[in-house]
Write a protein that binds this ligand. Structure first.
Ligand code: TXA
Ligand code: MG
Length: 364
């Protein structure tokens, strides 16, 4: 358990704790942990759980009070709507008013998986989930623990990524505890998440369909099925309710250190590194495993590197991205230098996250 103190306005101090349920691989024990998580969800509590992309912070999507607690725990602005997670098509249909013909083919090809669909919402969904929008974002995660939790809960689970708002997303249980320990009732720990970047968000309420956020399902895979797909230049379109547009203003996925994305290869990275070292900065680098820089610790120039994985292996780089940013931050560097992958396959999602993380804080 991770204890934390809460001081009530009356001056009374409460000790709150997050129950960590570490899955063992033993089906009987794990079933008991999932049941425990599900009963917390049904009782209006918050449970963080693994998905194939990143850890999510879940609450019963039909319980407005529980959903409001997600926003408090994450310190997330209430105008930023949540993704609802389902374990079956029946559950999916409870949330959505009307399905376009393309829906069936997407289900067939990509579900369960890291694809979130934005569709017209049904009246059953509380305004807190969708931030009063007329659409809802829904996905069926491809992680056995996530699916088992939703099924055992018997309700759809609203879940943003289980990090403090604006921070790098959590790909391990430790990341979740560091951001939310003491603020949530429980955490199901099933080890690191396999994909490491969030789901692709596809808006089907527009024609042609628009990618609002590139993610685990590549744009090329969607195009192969749907034909034309547009990558939204604005991460999220303006709201239909007069509220600020979600995902637009905040600096997202950001480490404490300033992030400097570098377009190009090893020589461009070397030039930038030398320039910033000359200014006396403590520097961290997300360094592709196979890049040899003509400078290094051996040459007497101090910088810290995180072994990111082989350049071109976007799946590995995606998996290690947020862990690398958090690790370099923990070492206390001032700057993080990081090469930008090209906008193809999973490289597009990595690029998107790095560019957003590099936005200056004054745009918050
Ligand atoms: O992989 C994922 O998608 C993870 C895991 C936990 O499922 N979830 C995740 O949630 O990344 P979150 O809240 O961190 O990001 C969801 C994004 C937000 O930028 C939000 O603005 C957008 O989805 N969103 C939610 N509902 C929307 C809607 N109706 N229209 C447009 N964007 C929406
Ligand atoms: Mg998030």
């Amino acid at each position: 358990m991770i204890p934390a103190f809460v001081v009530l306005p009356t001056g009374i101090i409460l000790l709150v704790a997050t129950l960590v349920l570490k899955l063992t691989g033993d089906p009987e024990k794990d079933r008991a942990f999932i049941e425990r998580g599900a009963s917390i969800i049904r009782g209006g509590g918050l449970v963080a759980f693994p998905t194939e992309t990143v850890y999510g912070l879940g609450a019963n999507a039909f319980d407005a009070a529980a959903v409001r607690r997600i926003f408090e725990a994450k310190e997330r602005p209430e105008w930023d709507p949540l993704i609802v997670h389902v374990c079956s098509l029946e559950m999916f249909r409870l949330l959505v008013e009307a399905f376009p013909p393309l829906f069936e083919v997407l289900v067939h090809r990509f579900m369960p998986g890291p694809l979130t669909l934005v569709l017209p919402r049904s009246d059953r969904v509380p305004d807190e989930v969708t931030a009063k929008r007329s659409t809802i974002a829904v996905r069926m995660p491809a992680h056995p623990v996530a699916l088992a939790l939703i099924e055992a809960s018997g309700v759809p689970i609203a879940a943003p990524s289980a990090n403090r708002f604006g921070k790098p997303s959590p790909t391990t249980a430790e990341h979740v505890l560091r951001d939310l320990g003491g603020r949530i009732e429980a955490l199901l720990d099933a080890g690191p998440t396999p994909i490491g970047v969030e789901s692709t968000i596809l808006d089907l309420s527009q024609q042609p369909p628009q990618i609002l956020r590139p993610g685990g399902i590549p744009k090329e895979a969607l195009e192969a099925v749907l034909g034309q797909v547009v990558l939204s230049s604005e991460p999220i379109p303006s709201t239909d309710s007069g509220l600020p547009a979600p995902g637009m203003s905040p600096r997202h996925y950001a480490p404490k250190a300033r992030l400097i994305p570098i377009e190009g290869g090893a020589s461009e990275l070397t030039i930038a590194l030398l320039e910033h070292l000359a200014k006396g900065n403590r520097i961290g680098v997300l360094l592709p495993t196979d890049w040899q820089l003509p400078i290094g610790k051996e040459g007497g120039l101090p910088f810290l590197s995180f072994d990111w994985g082989p350049w071109g292996d976007w799946e590995t780089l995606a998996k290690r991205l947020f862990n690398g940013l958090r690790w370099l931050d923990d070492q206390g560097v001032d700057l993080i230098l990081c090469p930008l992958p090209p906008p193809e396959a999973l490289g597009l999602a990595i690029r998107d996250r790095l560019l957003r993380a590099a936005r200056p804080p004054e745009k918050d």
